[in-house]
Design a protein. Sequence first.
Length: 424
Amino acid sequence: MKYQLRDYQQQASDASIRFFSQDNDKNGLLVLPTGSGKSLVIADIAHRLDGHVLVFQPSKEILEQNYAKLRSYGVEDCSIYSASFNSKEISRITFATIGSVKAHMEDFSHFKYIIVDECHTCNAQGGMYKDFFDNAKRKILGLTATPYRLFSSVTYLDREGKQVFRPKDEKKSEEFDQRLINHSIRMENKCILKFLTRMRPRIFHDVIYQVDISTLLQRGYLAKQRYFDLSIMNHTSLKRNSTGMDFDDAALKVQYDKCNLSTHLINIVRRLQKPKDERPRKGILVFTRFIEESELLCEYVDGCALITGKTPKKERERILNEFKAGNIKVVTNVGVLTTGFDYPELDTVVIARPTMSLALYYQIVGRAIRPHPEKECSWIVDLCGNFKKFGRVEDLHLVEPRGGEYAITGSPDNQLRQLTNVYF
């Protein structure tokens, strides 16, 4: 194959080959940051394995990128099995989407190895991935930069705010219900970020290899980040929706009107277009929660284009090509460019929406983390309290305080704390 692996990429590939050679039924995780060359690692693993390899990709765009990259390395025994491409070709190495494979699982019974890219999208409690894995009876290797999922949970608190639990005893459970009725106990929707190996039922069992963002930054493999906290709203006053996992849209719009977020966003983007050092930014990518903010931005900011989930493919491709060529200076989007958008020259991200999801925050920041020779430093501009909540992505670390119990720590407000498997 025509490439040279970095040392950590080689170590990740070697760990994967060892994982597949071990005689047990435990599934493994590779945790590799955005911009670390995950597609190259996948290519090397698939090429080295001695049998049929099924590589799941989460979307058409990422599948197309990774398949093309594998072919560029001189690998010929590979194909695409996905209705999105109108292709149902099976080779020794087959790139696929789960929806297409799920309908024809019998066609893949001879496959020896299964690799899942962006494996945090696998829901252990149900869905197409779980149905396939339950029938696969083979070891699975998952790759991700964000090895956790957000869940909601009902918790009970007494008048002092301490958590209480429903008794198993039937009589005491009835007394518990009476306390709920008279409001001596209140019910709240809480969130928890569960590390993938600590979900029940469990799909993935062990982290077989990981490298921190900070390590790759120190070695110059990722772009340095500079954070600007220009928030005019915070998370503490925002009402959650019925699941407890995100903010209530109606309450969010009221808050936006109170703080005049759209005007603030327009002013910030205009300032970014004319920075004090007079060195123009390579590109400004904006993330909003609602289409209204993006539409207003396009109306009042020159050289701004909008992409949503409803933007036709050809128009989306035209906008992004013009953006990369420098003809479009600002692209604003509503939740569609968080993954699969690869533009190393991008040096400015504006977060004009709050989120409770660490994974989403990381993915947004990650759009500007890829290095480029002409990029000295990326700017991350936050308008909605996300930086206060999550901190710098380079401060995220995977730790194992006890054998097999993995967690992610971070430093929001410059205070080290555990971010996964704790309620908030």
